[in-house]
Design a protein around this ligand. Structure first.
Ligand code: NAP
Length: 263
């Protein structure tokens, strides 16, 4: 049975941040489509949430870094008219500098963090527009604006998510399609161990627990925020950052070079 809220498709829902979105969105009344590779974890989560919330929860086992699997999920987004929310959450990290990195692993990172996000978004949005609305939550990272902190390809992949979201936010505002981009700081999940730096090695003062992070991000959604940075104490700092960007915009393109380059 379709709810009034419709169905949320969440990528990377088998663990960490994605699994908590699944929990919270099902309690808000969304039906769910949970996507990731680990079938056992997805099934266990789907069973628990169905038992606890009574919502309809479907599991789709897919490796979003693999073209055929990605195409299957794109097809679901194109054809299932009950879908009203896409959460692009699946992502992998990298913590080592260029000289210690494996380019093939970084290629996999780009496939998931950039290519899958792009293709899934392009699959979902036309249906949202045709049906008169929908919502997109993209999980970026604070490294989108602080790429010096971890591996630069990971930071650049999240800068892509931020820039892509920014463009969609502007492009889709007249189509009743909500876009939110979330920039978590360090969050206690398996992400860190998988990225080569166990979370225990980080100072505990900068690590948020994943439940608090997702609850803050959803509070940001409820507040109507476009960019949500769960850890940022003072929203005025983000507003000032955006104001500085807006101030640059009218002056970035001109028929003449700036005088400092022409003597
Ligand atoms: P996580 O616990 O490692 O979860 C990652 C999720 O992505 C898992 O469900 C994993 O499931 C799925 N996934 C990984 N590779 C996949 C693939 N090829 N195809 C489909 N699903 C795949 O990490 P997390 O912290 O929750 O990360 C979620 C998002 O938050 C990521 O985009 C990450 O960049 C972002 N983020 C995390 C932090 C942090 O500190 N943890 C900070 C900022 C941003 P399977 O293994 O079952 O496929």
């Amino acid at each position: 049975m379709t709810t009034k809220l419709g169905t949320a498709l969440i990528t990377g829902a088998s663990s960490g941040i994605g699994a908590i979105y699944a929990d919270r969105l099902s309690r808000r009344g969304y039906d769910l489509i949970l996507v990731a590779r680990n079938e056992a974890l997805l099934n266990a989560l789907a069973k628990r949430l169905t038992d606890e919330t009574g919502r309809s929860i479907e599991v789709v086992v897919a490796d979003l870094g693999a073209k055929a699997d990605l195409a299957r999920v794109e097809d679901i987004l194109r054809t299932d008219a009950s879908i009203t929310l896409l959460v692009n959450n699946a992502g992998i990290g990298a913590t080592r500098p260029l000289l210690e990195s494996n380019i093939d692993k970084l290629d996999d990172l780009i496939a998931l963090n950039v290519n899958a996000v792009t293709r899934l978004t392009y699959a979902a949005i036309p249906g949202f527009v045709a049906r008169g609305g929908g919502a997109l939550i993209n999980i970026a990272s604070i490294v989108a604006i602080a790429p010096e902190v971890l591996n630069g390809v990971y930071g650049a992949s999240k800068a892509f998510v931020l820039a892509f979201s920014q463009s969609l936010h502007s492009e889709l505002k007249d189509h009743n399609v909500r876009v939110q981009v979330v920039l978590p700081g360090a969050t206690a999940t398996d992400f860190w161990a998988a990225s080569g730096k166990p979370v225990e090695q980080l100072p505990s003062a900068i690590v948020m627990n994943a439940e608090d992070m997702v609850d803050a991000a959803l509070a940001g959604l409820d507040l109507g925020e476009f960019v949500t940075i769960p850890a940022l104490p003072d929203i005025a700092d983000l507003d000032a950052y955006e104001a500085a960007r807006q101030k640059l915009l009218p002056n970035l393109s001109s028929s003449v070079p700036a005088t400092r380059y022409t003597g």
